[in-house]
Design a protein around this ligand. Structure first.
Ligand SMILES: C[S@@+](CC[C@H](N)C(=O)[O-])C[C@H]1O[C@@H](n2cnc3c(N)ncnc32)[C@H](O)[C@@H]1O
Length: 420
């Protein structure tokens, strides 16, 4: 393929560098404004970075040897201050107002979860732009130093036991995912191995990991879907881990969602508390294991949480008890189904949906519910901006942004909406 030279002049909404060659515009991952790069067009306006010819002023040496081969951390080659500035500019483009993005208290080893793919001779992350190839990782600079040892021991153990990796193309093999979850403030570590149907030597694997894991879980995903969760078949001590944020202990089931950067999550909770000075009745939509419901319960008369993951709802109920919180109640089900049928009134609603944003039925139900304020928390400001436009009876009173995901183009956006 023909190589082209590009001056990178901007970043697109997904964090790729944008450059022009003649009248054509190309998007190049791992290229940043100010760079002059050599790239190969790969179709649909995209080009693959071949070499940086001249580094722009924001470029720094990436810390990780897998940078740009592993599909994660697309901004690791950008100075951290520049990452924050570009995230702020992205927010400004979407909401037409200036927002300072608060830096993460930690920019390395901040993640509490990593889903490593297991392939023949490799455990690591999917290679950039590849469906089936896996980059063998020695460890992950976003997770923890211990991850190096976990990967090394796991690789050796799987090899010695003659356990074959699952192959996405031939659909044969056994081992699929290795998921590491850590309670950064509790020291808990839960390691799960997701396999195809078969038998997994759980006890021997746990002995190999020793003190590195508080518990080890074996789960089966026998379907064609390439997902890193499955039906729990066995575990050594427990099938959950615990994390403690701002004085509240959360029990988190092995495959349930939890905020991935707990250091910044504490600040997120503090930020939402400041925006929501008090409420008689508070609704927490997409509540997970009760993260916001429980942290805000003392500001409200009653809190109700809704979440589709039934295991997370069981955990939220238990978390309320464990923390002595008596005014929180939880409902299992999809927000778009449960919310329209709720016959209760709320003066404040917190929403923290997945990246796709609010279901249109949730937008309609919120408009009929008429809470005085809505705090919309989002890891995808694009869908958040779209949803806010649809909430015609609400105006954007305050907008905040936190960097939850250093070295990636993602930003956490928090909007306070008040009824007109
Ligand atoms: C970004 S997470 C937020 C969780 C929680 N607020 C927290 O901070 O830990 C989104 C949550 O929405 C849940 N979810 C996804 N789709 C849903 C739906 N249609 N209805 C209700 N919950 C849903 C997911 O299981 C996940 O727990």
């Amino acid at each position: 393929m023909r190589e082209i030279e590009l001056e990178i002049v901007a970043l697109d909404r997904r964090g790729a560098g944008v450059g022009r060659a003649g009248r054509r515009r190309y998007r190049v991952d791992y290229a940043y404004p100010g760079d002059r790069v050599l790239a190969v067009p790969i179709g649909r306006g995209r080009a693959r970075l071949v070499r940086v010819l001249e580094a722009g002023e924001h470029r720094v040496e990436a810390r990780c040897e897998h940078f740009s081969v592993c599909g994660s951390c697309r901004w690791q080659g950008l100075a951290y201050e520049a990452q924050l500035r570009f995230k702020g500019e992205l927010m400004e483009r979407l909401f037409s107002r200036r927002v300072e993005v608060a830096p993460s208290p930690k920019v390395w080893y901040y993640r509490n979860r990593m889903d490593f793919t297991i392939a023949s001779n490799a455990i690591g992350m999917r290679r950039y732009s590849s469906f089936a190839e896996v980059e063998s990782a020695e460890g992950c600079a976003l997770l923890s130093e211990e991850s190096d040892e976990i990967l090394r021991l796991s690789r050796r153990f799987f090899g010695e036991e003659g356990l074959e990796a699952y192959d996405l193309l031939s659909k044969r093999g056994f081992l699929r995912y290795l998921v590491v979850r850590e309670g950064k403030f509790t020291g808990d570590r839960l390691i799960s191995v997701v396999t195809k149907e078969g038998s997994f030597p759980l006890e021997r694997y746990a002995l190999t990991l020793g003190e590195l894991a508080k518990s080890v879980v074996w789960a089966v995903n026998d379907s064609l879907a390439d997902v890193s969760f499955g039906e729990v078949r066995a575990f050594t001590a427990r099938d959950y881990f615990e994390e403690k944020l701002a004085g509240i202990t959360y029990r988190i089931p092995v495959f349930s969602f939890f905020q991935t950067n707990p250091y910044q999550a504490e600040r997120l909770l503090a930020c939402v508390r400041r925006l929501l000075s008090g409420a008689e009745r508070l609704l927490d939509l997409y509540c997970g294991v009760g993260t916001f419901s429980l942290a805000l319960a003392d500001l409200a008369g009653e809190v109700v949480g809704i979440e589709e993951d039934a295991r997370a709802i069981e955990a939220a109920q238990l978390n309320a008890q464990l923390n002595g919180i008596a005014n929180a109640r939880f409902i299992a089900g999809r927000a778009e189904e449960r919310l329209p049928e709720l016959e209760e009134s709320f003066d404040a609603v917190v929403v923290d949906p997945p990246r796709a944003g609010l279901h249109p039925r949730v937008v309609r139900a919120l408009s009929s519910l008429k809470p005085e304020v809505i705090v919309y928390i989002s890891c995808n400001p694009h869908t958040q901006a779209r949803d806010i436009q649809k909430l015609h009876d609400y105006e954007l009173e305050e907008l905040r942004a936190l960097d939850m995901f250093p070295h990636t183009p993602h930003v956490e956006s928090i909007a306070l909406l008040s009824r007109r």
